[in-house]
Design a protein around this ligand. Structure first.
Ligand SMILES: CC(C)(COP(=O)(O)OP(=O)(O)OC[C@H]1O[C@@H](n2cnc3c(N)ncnc32)[C@H](O)[C@@H]1OP(=O)(O)O)[C@@H](O)C(=O)NCCC(=O)NCCS
Length: 152
């Protein structure tokens, strides 16, 4: 039974960036015409015109040679707190062989942040508003985390 995945991009991978894929998706009329997409774009425009005029908005992926690899992890609710997430992270760490790695989550995702901190990641950089995204009706903020620690 599949209970989760970790998908990672190792150093030197030449995949399209998240920004490139977002722009490509938005160029497809079928995507733009979806009500959910229209609602998201409306909220994003509102955020950019209001809160993001006073403070920086999320600026996309971290592009820093110290942490070239990045990952996404998602474990099904029934497998959380069982060690499955650690198993996935250990396998990824073994593949990386000490290379720097980053991930991006949300300040509001407290459980994930605790898990990542126990895996050795530390918060890095600012925590800007993510335009258009809401959790329980409230705006959310991007959090970048890196491993190993930034050099002093
Ligand atoms: C983020 C996520 C992967 C973290 O996984 P998790 O299992 O919920 O994390 P937990 O902190 O509960 O897992 C660790 C706990 O599992 C348990 N555990 C660890 N190893 C274990 C083992 N071998 N046997 C049994 N239990 C074990 C422990 O209770 C451990 O807590 P501890 O480190 O304090 O001892 C998971 O919550 C998730 O997929 N969330 C939704 C998607 C998401 O938010 N992804 C991140 C977006 S960037």
């Amino acid at each position: 039974m599949l209970v989760g995945y970790l998908t990672g991009c190792p150093p030197g991978a030449s995949l399209p960036s998240e920004d490139d894929r977002l722009v490509a998706a938005l160029r497809r009329p079928a995507v733009l015409l979806r009500p959910a997409t229209a609602r998201f774009l409306g909220r994003a425009a509102l955020d950019l015109a209001t809160v993001c005029r006073r403070e920086p908005s999320a600026s996309g992926e971290l592009k820093d040679d110290r942490w070239p690899a990045h990952l996404h992890i998602d474990v099904a609710p029934e497998a959380r707190g069982t060690g499955a997430a650690y198993g996935l992270m250990d396998a990824w760490t073994g593949l990386l062989g000490g290379a720097g790695c980053h991930l991006q989550t949300l300040v509001e995702n407290a459980r994930a942040i605790r898990f990542f901190e126990r895996c050795g990641f530390v918060p890095y950089g600012p925590s800007p508003t993510v335009p258009g995204v809401r959790h329980r009706g409230a705006r959310v903020h991007q959090l970048t985390m890196v491993r190993p620690l930034p050099a002093a």
